[in-house]
Write a protein that binds this ligand. Structure first.
Ligand code: SF4
Length: 319
């Protein structure tokens, strides 16, 4: 029997107020040792979905799901304390801007050590030794010096490496990375993606990576979910999705990025006119219909889920 996925979320919904539903029935699975990328434009619900999984939604937001399992355990009904124990221990998260997680008033060493001592019975020196070991693992030289520095003394690329090292302090099985390379320049971006791939190969990490960048997806994803207006409109293995995208939105997204071998120098890139709509209560049909060149009357009424039986699914009247 195949092993159950490490993270298995079914029918996730997030509502911010009575009128607006930001996430509408999302399914997500992350297999052990693999990377699942969730891709889409700003406002499509991808970051909100990851925050909902971690139990980090803003006050007032409501989440519900048919089920949300981590390593077979239901995490939807966990108390705040139990969820806090899981976070930073078996599930860790890194963000686009490391300064949102790093405290400018404390040294890198004390923050990394605390990430371990909060969850494990270890002394400060043992935690600092682990921190130095992980800084070396993420490619930071002179770890002793870095541990004594404050976040503002590091470059953006170094801070993101520190965040990754800090996330690994308790040896998590799942790393959720929300736009981890967006704020970095292209060279550093490539280094961080290579680092995540290498760490995954070495540690068997499962990664849920949130991005708006299909170039990042092409480099790192095993599986991809394309989100639009709070729904997953297409999901497939990365190979299948790039070879044969089925949903008009995915096709539009792929038309906007230069893909080696598929586009010639000087060819114009496409664009998708319009913006992601806010979905109000009582909305029916396809959320993409105002931007879709293939929209037909039935798209305003319903939208079928199509499944090729081999793991490639999309929400659309077109087959
Ligand atoms: Fe376009 Fe209709 Fe398919 Fe939506 S369901 S993507 S509007 S064809």
């Amino acid at each position: 029997m195949p092993e159950a996925p490490l993270l298995d979320v079914r029918g996730l919904r997030v509502r911010f107020n009575a009128q607006v539903e930001a996430v509408r029935g999302v399914d997500l699975t992350v297999e052990r040792g693999q990377t699942h990328c969730v891709v889409g434009e700003s406002g499509c619900g991808k970051s909100v979905s990851s925050l909902a999984v971690m139990g980090l939604l803003a006050r007032g937001a409501k989440r519900s799901a048919a089920h949300m399992r981590f390593d077979g355990q239901d995490i939807l009904g966990l108390s705040d304390t139990a969820l806090q124990r899981l976070r930073g221990d078996r599930m860790a998260m890194i963000f686009q801007e490391p300064m949102t997680s790093l405290n400018p008033a404390y040294t890198i060493g004390s923050q990394m050590a605390e990430a371990l001592t909060r969850h494990r019975k270890v002394g400060k020196q043992q935690a600092l030794d682990r921190a130095a070991e992980l800084l070396t693992k993420v490619g930071i030289t002179a770890p002793g010096l870095r541990l004594a520095q404050y976040p503002h003394q590091l470059s953006g690329g170094l801070r993101q490496r520190v965040m990754i090292a800090m996330a690994l302090m308790c040896d998590p099985e799942l790393l959720i990375a929300d736009e981890p390379t967006t704020a970095l320049d292209v060279t550093v971006q490539a280094q961080i993606l290579r680092l995540l791939r290498d760490l995954q190969a070495e540690l068997g990490l499962a990664i849920l990576l949130i991005t708006h960048d299909l170039g990042v997806v092409a480099r790192i994803a095993h599986k991809v979910s394309v989100m639009y207006a709070g729904e997953v409109v297409e999901s497939a293995s990365a190979t299948d999705l790039f070879a044969a995208p089925r949903h008009p939105y995915t096709q539009g997204l792929l038309g906007c990025v230069p893909i080696p071998g598929k586009i010639k120098r000087g060819d114009p890139l496409g664009s998708i006119p319009g913006t992601v709509p806010r979905i109000a209560d009582g909305f029916t049909g396809c959320g993409f219909r105002d931007r879709c060149a293939h929209a037909m009357p039935q798209c305003a009424v319903s939208v079928p889920q199509r499944d090729d039986g081999a793991g490639h699914r999309h929400l659309c009247h077109l087959s």
